[in-house]
Write a protein that binds this ligand. Sequence first.
Ligand SMILES: Cc1ncc(COP(=O)(O)O)c(C=O)c1O
Length: 380
Amino acid sequence: MGRKKLVMVPGPTNVPDSVMQAMIKPMISHRGPEFRALYESLTESMKYLFQTDGDVYVLTVSGTGGVECVVGNTVNPGDKVLIPVFGLFSERLREAVVRRGGRPVELALRWGAAPTSDQIREVLEKEKNVKALAVVYNETSTGVTVRDLPEIGEIAKENDLLFIVDAVSILGGDELPVDKWGVDICVTASQKCIACPPGLALFSVSSKAWETIEKTRRPFYFDMVKMREFSERKETPFTPAVPLFFALDEALRIIREEGLEERFKRHKLCAQAFYDAVEALGLPVFPDREFRSNTVIAFKKSANINVGQVRRIMNEKYDVTVSGGAGKLRENMFRIGCMGVISETETLLTINALENALAEIGYRFERGAGLEAARRRFHS
Ligand SMILES: Cc1ncc(COP(=O)(O)O)c(C=O)c1O
């Protein structure tokens, strides 16, 4: 404990010092003028982040709490929700709908693939009375991004479906203009591409979504209508995690200062450098090429690699923390977060630690090949 790690897992991520320091500001009342000013600033910045003129909210919960809140405010028992399932987090989304009494219409896909607009269209031709379409935009368990999301949004609109997007591991790291792509409710979390500590979920709500929410039998604590009422006086219905709100305000200020376009470009460049490097090391990238994520880098091990051992060496000896696989892929895969505080520096430090650890366990590869491939990407 105590040594600063380079946290390269797919959330939580490295957090800028100014964001950490924002949390030790003196406490304020969540019913006073200082909080209302903070709330106003957060609202303005979140509208920028989500690229929306709709409503935006912050909840004191992790991403799963945000997903549960969204489902609880839109799904009544018996409602049909179309959900592509292609990894652990889309399985969880389906489970949240089931627990709520909804009826998931599952589009089951191979892990490593992403749903396409044609596949969604095909399901809707057969299935009647579907109320909503819920998509995990970036499957963190497989490193897959749904590149057809704008077209899928069009289909939702044509079929008058509520379009719900879990963007927990991507918003702020890749393109997602919520209004332009017709997303009715988009949910994300603080600890990923926003580079803030964990503990907050953020979401946007369109006017179409409000029509559904108003007619839903809503939970007590997670009642979005109550959130809307309190937002008129720039407050939250219940006591928020004020220090995290301070941190989020600073994290969003940094995002606005950089600009979304620049931020997306930076994530993409670092992701490409990671992909070049792991391929140069002879490690197969997990997702299909066209679905590769710019925020989660997932790749398989070669036969004689012990994933846990490599991760341990990277963490203990080189202070670089990366993840193994999620769910059924735990022992077979590595996952690296390419989120938030990510540049050539973090990318090369991570690849260097990976190469060193691989060499130490006796994996045969050309030393330096990963670093060289990444360096070429940054300097071509
Ligand atoms: C796509 C996706 N959805 C939901 C979650 C759940 O978020 P949390 O762990 O903050 O509850 C995660 C977490 O990694 C995620 O990647």
